[in-house]
Design a protein around this ligand. Sequence first.
Ligand SMILES: Cc1cc2nc3c(=O)[nH]c(=O)nc-3n(C[C@H](O)[C@H](O)[C@H](O)COP(=O)(O)O)c2cc1C
Length: 171
Amino acid sequence: MEFEEVCALRKSVRSYTKEPVSEEDRKTLLAAALQASVGKHNDKGYVIVSVTDQDVLNTLTREGAEKAGRPHLIFEAPLLFLICRTKDAVDYMEGFDAGIIAEHIHLKATDLGLGSIILFGFIHHLPPDAEYLKMLHLPQGITPLLGVAVGHSPLAGERRKADRHFGIIER
Ligand SMILES: Cc1cc2nc3c(=O)[nH]c(=O)nc-3n(C[C@H](O)[C@H](O)[C@H](O)COP(=O)(O)O)c2cc1C
């Protein structure tokens, strides 16, 4: 897909079919994440956890509904990437780095004809000792910063309705 087309189709998708993302596409999305820029060359600062285990995803959704009163934290997407920090992440850089890694996945998913959405809410609304995190058995010191949910969606092929209305100052 041409870059302009990817940008025109990129949008936050909040509805997915049950069709799983193929292994090939999942690996392609991980490869796109590894092409992201990162502050201070800090490759050791981040780990990407790729979650397709339906029990884990269901538990996250259940916890969102029961503990946070939010039943649609990940919109029943069949694939969730957790962009996590390690003990080597630089505190003041981690948000920028995670956002850039997430955007790589989001844009590549669009390029593949998949729907996706960058998500912070499920991290914000669920506690660090949430059951879904325990089920992942992450090594100590690995903490989620941001997520990207991915899946098939009829909405994926639709163009985004509007661009941002950021202020622009030109001198
Ligand atoms: C850092 C970040 C975190 C986000 N977290 C959530 C979220 O938790 N839940 C959600 O529904 N959308 C989330 N979004 C999606 C935004 O709300 C979305 O980008 C916005 O609705 C604009 O729509 P668009 O992406 O289709 O242009 C997030 C987006 C970003 C960049």
